[in-house]
Design a protein around this ligand. Structure first.
Ligand code: SF4
Length: 408
């Protein structure tokens, strides 16, 4: 039996909730759902009996249920998930690795995706039609993905094409969307000669796009778009920001014509917390420190960093670093804390002294994982992710173009 919930709750942009769990780090641990709800967060409703369960009770129950479900169920865990959830994941990765793993995971009937909504949608698109994908908490969206609504992107795409008609065999604009976007936007890219990319392969996606078009519309993260474009050798004077809340994105036809990349006005509220001041402080405290940041950080931060790369890249850099080395990291705190705990022979710390987890990833409290697993035992599929056939068809195309990019 399938219990149908609205596929995505109509929750407003989560910027305000981003600081709900920020703290000084001394007491960063999972609490009961009832206690976490006191932060004023708006998460998916869950049966009341889960509210008072202690993290220990939840852990014991998940362990037992997981054993009884066996290989029928596979749990994927994004690196930014809290420790009390990641410990139950069979496979861990960033959004790129998990999307590949989802496409290769053929045996499990059910994929429980401990991550955020766009990731579970991608798993649904890439997995086989016999598999079902579950997101434990349907409110676990991504504030960056929410900054590019389907309606805004469709309307903007039409406006841009009206202002910039193709004049040669090369397209005037190629849409490139970051993995962190709704399936409907991946579908728009698939239908309009575009591609999906992640922070692992954005350089290759840009190469692919510029072979086919004069310029790129990059959705939704302006910072990843700008950092990749700078890497590609594009001058900042050839970049413009498209603000969907202004007529024609706030741009004139001339401004659009003189551009090599149109950057959607979106950002990650976690990675834009990092600053040059934090880098300077880390260097003062530890003169031999290596600064390692994610490309969703601002270009000012990326320019001052020693190393820049995806979540998997960050993980591998620390793994391969010599004992005794120091690493100040600009990415989500759950991953940084896990790295610090795993590599105790290295000095690993977060650039930001405040502990600020990604508030939407944080919505996958272990009680939600327990809820959906208990549902499976009882014969219910709670929170199944479904993508319309037409959207599925074209988003698969843009994702496949990404998966076919050469590995560099
Ligand atoms: S870290 Fe940023 S981009 Fe990633 S899920 Fe959270 S809000 Fe979205």
């Amino acid at each position: 039996m399938v219990i149908k919930y609205q596929n995505k709750l109509n929750i407003p942009i989560t910027e305000l909730e981003q600081s709900a769990f920020c703290q000084d780090g001394s007491n960063f641990r999972t609490k009961t759902l009832e206690e976490e709800f006191k932060s004023g967060v708006r998460w998916q409703k869950i049966p009341t009996r889960y509210l008072k369960l202690s993290p220990e009770e939840i852990k014991t129950s998940i362990k037992e249920i997981k054993k009884s479900l066996g290989e029928k169920v596979i749990i994927l865990g994004h690196h930014y998930q809290r420790e009390d959830v990641i410990e139950f994941s069979d496979l861990q990765g960033d959004s790129y690795l998990l999307s590949k793993l989802a496409s290769e995971t053929k045996d499990a009937e059910i994929i429980v995706f401990c991550g955020v909504h766009f990731m579970a949608e991608t798993a649904e698109i890439l997995s086989s039609s016999k598999q079902k994908v579950i997101l434990p908490n349907m409110a676990a969206g991504c504030s960056m993905a929410d900054m590019a609504s389907s309606n805004d992107v469709i309307r903007s795409w039409k406006q841009i094409n009206d202002m910039l008609p193709s004049k040669s065999s090369k397209k005037s604009v190629i849409p490139v969307t970051y993995m962190n976007s709704a399936a409907s936007i991946k579908s728009l890219c698939g239908e309009n000669n575009g591609i999906v990319c992640t922070s692992s392969n954005a350089n290759q996606a840009f190469e692919w796009a510029y072979q086919r078009g004069e310029r790129i519309l990059f959705i939704p993260d302006q910072h990843l778009g700008r950092n990749t474009a700078v890497n590609y050798g594009i001058d900042k004077s050839e970049m413009v920001i498209w603000d969907p809340y202004k007529p024609n994105g706030g741009l004139t036809k001339e401004e659009l014509e003189n551009t090599k990349i149109i950057l959607w006005k979106g950002h990650c509220s976690v990675h834009t917390r990092f600053s040059v001041e934090q880098i300077n402080k880390a260097k003062k405290d530890y003169p031999d420190v290596n600064i390692l940041v994610h490309p969703e950080c601002t270009n000012e931060v990326v320019s001052e960093a020693d190393y820049v790369g995806s979540t998997e890249y960050i993980k591998n850099m620390v793994h391969n670093a010599p004992a005794g080395s120091s690493w100040a990291i600009g990415t989500e705190i759950n991953l940084v804390k896990r790295l610090a705990h795993t590599y105790k022979d290295k000095n690993v710390f977060c650039l930001d002294e405040m502990i600020c987890p990604c508030s939407t990833m944080y919505r996958v409290h272990p009680a939600y994982l327990l809820w959906v697993l208990e549902g499976l035992v009882a014969g219910y599929v709670i929170n199944q992710i479904q993508v319309e056939d037409e959207v599925q068809k074209y988003s698969k195309l843009s994702l496949q173009r990404m998966l076919d990019l050469p590995n560099k």
